[in-house]
Design a protein around this ligand. Structure first.
Ligand SMILES: Nc1ncnc2c1ncn2[C@@H]1O[C@H](COP(=O)(O)OP(=O)(O)O)[C@@H](O)[C@H]1O
Ligand SMILES: [Mg+2]
Length: 321
């Protein structure tokens, strides 16, 4: 009896999840780029894989898109095994790679037609889908322009349109806003918001604000391992018992910062100041210490923990470029 229940449970899970990984691992020689990652991403979910450069984000995506073979572990996309059913996987996915792959001398239309061809869509279908996608990505007016003349943001939007040409169930966006200026990034967020709920999306980013703004759930990846997983709020709650104090000051020497590090668990330098995180934090003690060291304080405040603080607490590192 138990055995039957168990298998029913597994097949039911398969139906609810768009992506599942089971200890997926990738080694390049001695380097373990992805180290036993277990993820379950629900259908329709927008999941952000958040981590610094070299964390293993692109490698994870490439394994899920059947572009790299895992060294160990396994994964499924819409129930299809990425190693044993690569054709079935490729049919249900679309991917916008980190290094945008578009043909610069072709116009937006032609780039989309090329992708349609690769996916074996008919001429008419390609035309219809391209129209829709150019509209969705705000590129209709520029459809006939050579894409090498596009801004970075427009090129990236075209790359996403290309990833969507086959109307995939699962969309992979590898650092969709990398290198974009803040305005283009905001506009990209709106495009991604529009797709939310319609597709399962796995997005990678090293921008905390991006994961915070867009994702239903966030997995923080560092050194190839998932070190935290949850909604933005859940992750923040995990440092809820911590207090964060930000001090802006003049002549804050490295000796003074070292002194703070001896007293508090997490101390990091910020522009013209320092941020301190600790379970118990006395505002007065910090101020007194800094004054006694001859630091002149511009401002000092206690604030709510941010995702940045979560990352710092988990890794002892900052997630900055
Ligand atoms: N083809 C490769 N050969 C050797 N090392 C690689 C290769 N691809 C990635 N790496 C290494 O694997 C680690 C993870 O890389 P990557 O997945 O690109 O990280 P991220 O996308 O998070 O920046 C890095 O240390 C990177 O240098
Ligand atoms: Mg990458």
């Amino acid at each position: 009896m138990e055995k039957i229940d168990e298998s029913a449970k597994i097949s039911n899970e398969k139906n609810n999840f768009a992506i599942q990984t089971f200890g997926i691992t990738k080694k390049f020689g001695n380097l373990t780029a992805v180290d036993g990652v277990d993820l379950s991403i629900k259908k329709g979910e927008l999941f952000a894989l958040l981590g610094p450069n070299g964390a293993g984000k692109t490698t994870t995506i490439k394994m899920l898109c059947c572009l790299l073979r895992p060294t160990a572990g396994s994964a499924t996309v819409m129930g299809h095994d990425v190693q044993k059913e690569t054709l079935a996987v490729k049919k249900v996915i679309g991917m916008s790679p980190q290094e945008t792959a578009i043909a610069g001398r072709l116009n937006a239309w032609e780039n989309l037609a090329l992708m349609g061809g690769i996916y074996g869509l008919g001429k008419e279908e390609t035309r219809e889908r391209s129209d829709e996608l150019l509209k969705l990505m705000g590129l209709t007016k520029r459809a006939k322009d050579q894409v090498r003349k596009f801004s970075g943001g427009m090129q990236r939007r075209l790359s996403i349109a290309m990833a969507l040409i086959s109307d995939p169930q699962v969309l992979f966006l590898d650092e969709p806003t990398l290198g974009l200026d803040p305005q283009a990034r905001k506009s990209m967020w709106e495009q991604i918001e529009d797709l939310k709920g319609k597709k399962t999306i796995l997005l990678t980013t090293h921008y905390l604000e991006e994961a915070d703004a867009l994702a239903d759930r966030i997995g923080i990846i560092d050194g190839g391992k998932i070190i935290a997983l949850g909604t933005s709020q859940e992750l923040k709650d995990s440092v809820y018992d911590m207090q964060v104090m930000e001090v802006k000051a003049k002549n804050l020497t490295s000796d003074v910062v070292e002194g703070l590090k001896k007293m508090y668990s997490e101390v990091r330098s910020i522009e013209n100041g320092v941020e301190i995180m600790n379970k118990e934090l006395s505002f007065d003690n910090v101020v007194d210490y800094l004054r006694s060291e001859g630091v002149s304080i511009y401002s000092a405040s206690l604030k709510q923990p941010t995702l940045d603080d979560v990352f710092l607490k988990l890794t002892g590192k900052e997630l900055r470029e």
